[in-house]
Write a protein that binds this ligand. Structure first.
Ligand code: HEM
Length: 533
């Protein structure tokens, strides 16, 4: 028995330990490793396997001896990373949870229930600039979204956007690709193009209203009907198709988004999983969405719709004389964006209905201002203060991207009105928390649509509200989404009284809300009762 106990020699421990420290300080400390996560992980696994195999060849009974250099290496590497991040990192003077400074894996654990909006909000008490990761600052300041997106700064998109890699499109990290694609999108959603889309949006809303009417007077969960309507609008305006299975399409998009909630803090983990084990957990949903999109794009390429659609502009761009490789590749990437970004309107509308049902006095105010207004005229609806106040106030409390939209500071760093954030740091400005700041809003937890028109004194700092983002990142689908939201509210409220069925937990949809790029509310059960003429 005594023969089998091996005493490690000093070089067996010291050499791998030094190697670990050297690899950290000489290599891993530099640049971004997000896209190489799979290579780094499999490279390590291969070397560890070789060390073990060598030991098995030399002395199989002492196989465990191979664990000593491996452990020493990992101790050197991870120890060096931890000490550096805690005591020497450029962000060491920013306040924040200590474990966050050491590793994002802790944050990953905390968002296992897909509630990143609440996790980040729980760190708000550290102050306006909080270190929420080794190389990450979260900004809880009314001007946060502006610090990230204002036209005058040179921030770029963060590693999160690599989730869409290798497709390219308007969500690309490369500023030149983004500018080129945003131009195509802005043409596809211009006021002139909108004239083509408005009547089609209206047709889908009427179909939705018919489905509501079939259920009038009885309690039911509205979520799926709303997701189906939003999907139909996107399929029609995006690709000129009206014959798709709405439930199947809405599920393809909704399921794909469920991988995001739990992985927001650690994009490299998602890349690692997608590369090494794409068949596990919910990852196949993500790949399926790409397959689904390819199918739709191919079908669209073979057909010629009667009117304009967003795909017309994407295809036209590939047919320019000077069209480059990016234009062709982006046809698929931007078609995927159409589904992912376009799906935002569904949950926002669910949350608008939630707010209306919780604060029913707003329904009467909207009905009052709708009197005599032709709600088929989008300009007339755009001019109604309370309908727009309700939409804006809902998106203050329940923003489209509760924590989404991180950026990377430029190499020279970023000056946030006197607070300097060093270069190449990931920055967040969580709209969920910023929309609830006392410094920005009077009575921030209350639903008061009037703060957006007749009571401007309730908005202390307007910069805290940028639901469509701003500058060069402004939402390209804003006009489409606004037209859909305003008209659906007008159609429903002129015909129905909306309320919670007796006995249901009125806050259920909010309590179960998850943050997965867009908000995902829990089931919203309502009753629609037809108003007497
Ligand atoms: C209530 C509904 C919506 C809200 C609140 C919303 C909000 C946003 C926000 C905050 C961004 C910036 C994301 C970032 O920082 O990277 C964005 C980008 C974008 N959205 Fe929307 N969105 C909505 C609906 C839509 C719809 C229906 C479409 C398509 C038809 C769409 C298309 C886009 C596109 C293409 C971008 C990228 C713009 C760029 O980076 O140049 N969105 N949206």
């Amino acid at each position: 028995m005594g023969d089998l106990i091996a005493t490690p020699e000093l070089p067996q421990v010291v050499a791998p330990l030094i190697l670990g420290v050297t690899l950290h300080l000489g290599l891993f400390i530099r640049g971004e490793w997000n896209l190489y996560a799979a290579t780094v992980a499999s490279g390590h696994a291969l070397v560890f396997a070789l060390v073990l195999a060598r030991q098995l060849l030399i002395a199989p009974a002492l196989w465990y001896v191979s664990a000593i250099p491996i452990a020493a290496y990992l101790f050197g590497l991870l120890g060096s990373i931890s000490v550096y991040r805690l005591f020497f990192h450029r962000l060491r003077s920013f306040p924040g949870p200590r474990l966050s400074a050491v590793t994002k894996l802790w944050h990953l654990w905390k968002v296992r229930n897909a509630k990143n909006h609440l996790v980040l909000d729980s760190w708000r008490h550290y102050g306006p600039f909080v270190r929420t990761g080794p190389n990450e600052i979260t900004i809880y300041h009314p001007a946060g979204v502006e610090y990230l997106n204002a036209p005058q700064n040179s921030n770029t998109r963060s590693d999160w956007y690599d989730l869409l890699y290798p497709t390219v499109g308007v969500f690309s990290r490369d500023p030149a690709i983004h500018v080129a694609r945003a131009k195509v999108w802005n043409k596809a959603t211009s006021p002139a193009a909108m004239k083509e889309y408005v009547h089609r949006i209206s047709d889908h809303i009427m179909k939705f209203e018919t489905a509501i009417n079939e259920r009038a007077g009885k309690p039911f969960v509205v979520n799926d009907l709303i997701y189906d309507m939003s999907f139909d609008i996107i399929a029609d305006i995006g690709f000129g198709t009206t014959d798709m299975n709405s439930r199947e399409g809405a599920n393809a998009v909704g399921n794909a988004l469920t991988i995001i909630g739990q992985t927001i803090p650690v994009p490299w983990m998602t890349r690692l999983a997608l590369s090494l084990c794409p068949g596990v957990w919910r990852l196949p949903y993500w790949m399926n969405l790409f397959g689904y999109t390819i199918g739709i794009v191919e079908k669209r390429m073979k057909s010629k719709p009667d009117g304009l659609d967003v795909a017309s502009f994407l295809i036209e761009d590939t047919q320019r004389e000077d069209a480059d490789k990016i234009s062709h590749e982006a046809l698929l990437g931007d078609s995927g964006v159409m589904f992912i970004a376009g799906s935002t309107t569904g949950p926002i509308f669910i949350l608008i209905l939630y707010c209306l049902a919780r604060f029913p006095e707003n329904m009467d105010k909207i009905r009052e201002e709708l009197r005599g207004v032709d709600y088929n005229d989008p300009n007339a609806l755009a001019a109604l203060p309370h309908i727009n106040g309700v939409i804006t106030e809902t998106m203050r409390l329940f923003p489209a991207g509760p924590t989404f939209g991180s950026r990377q500071t430029p190499p020279e760093g970023l000056d946030c009105d006197g607070v300097y954030i060093p270069g190449n740091v990931k920055i967040f400005a969580p709209r969920w928390s910023i929309g609830r700041l006392e410094e920005a809003f009077e009575d921030p937890h209350n639903f008061i649509p009037e703060r957006w028109y007749s009571k401007p004194e309730l908005v202390k700092d307007k910069r805290a509200h940028a639901p469509w983002s701003l500058g060069r990142y402004t939402c390209s689908g804003k006009r489409i989404a606004q037209a859909q939201l305003r008209l659906t509210i007008a159609v429903l409220l002129t015909k129905y009284k909306i309320s919670f069925p007796p006995g249901v937990d009125e806050m259920h949809a909010e309590k179960l809300l998850e943050d997965q790029l867009t908000p995902l509310p829990g089931d919203l059960e309502l009753v629609f009762e037809e108003l007497k003429a």
